[in-house]
Design a protein around this ligand. Structure first.
Ligand SMILES: [Zn+2]
Length: 164
């Protein structure tokens, strides 16, 4: 069994804490969405219980992802800094029950598992943290780059002129 697989209920009951960092290349679903899969994501997972004693996990994920701006189509660095509270339910029925009871958009109810994969949790968290249509707040001015390209094309002629 992978070192990243936990018994979610035991982890919460014992108020365990685990943390680590994983290369983005290991997160294949996430990597597909990116300009390039460089970098790592740091995560912290803490077990506990909420105010009405439901077992819960608190997951924090942070790092920098290289995503593509949908306006100018150039990559830019997006900082992930996300924290989620995940309430553990035994099954689908009790998940719905807890969801209705809490009536709180800030928490997610998930089906807890005795073999919960932390890597999957971290990847889901990062995917949810990403903007649906990522854009620079201000796109870089590409006209300077264009001018540079044109400049390069013109340079052989400039060189010929210099030879005359
Ligand atoms: Zn842009």
């Amino acid at each position: 069994m992978s070192a990243f697989v936990i018994d979610a209920f035991e982890f919460s009951r014992l108020k365990e804490r685990r943390e680590g960092a994983m290369p983005v290349t290991d997160l294949t679903r996430l990597a597909e969405e990116l300009a390039d899969p460089s970098g790592t994501l740091s995560w912290v997972l803490i077990g506990g219980a909420n105010h009405v004693a439901h077992p819960q996990l608190t997951l924090t994920v942070s790092g920098t992802l290289q995503i593509i701006c949908q306006r100018c189509m150039t990559p830019f660095a997006f900082d992930v800094d996300s924290e989620s509270t995940l309430i553990l339910a035994k099954d689908e029925a009790s998940a719905d029950e807890i969801d209705a009871l809490l009536d709180d958009d800030q928490v997610d109810v998930i089906i807890g598992s005795k073999a919960l994969d932390i890597i999957q949790l971290v990847e889901d968290e990062a995917l949810l943290a990403m903007p649906l249509s990522p854009k620079h707040t201000e796109c870089p001015d590409t006209s300077a780059l264009e001018a540079l390209k044109r400049g390069k094309k013109e340079s052989p002629f400039a060189m010929l002129k210099n030879l005359k």
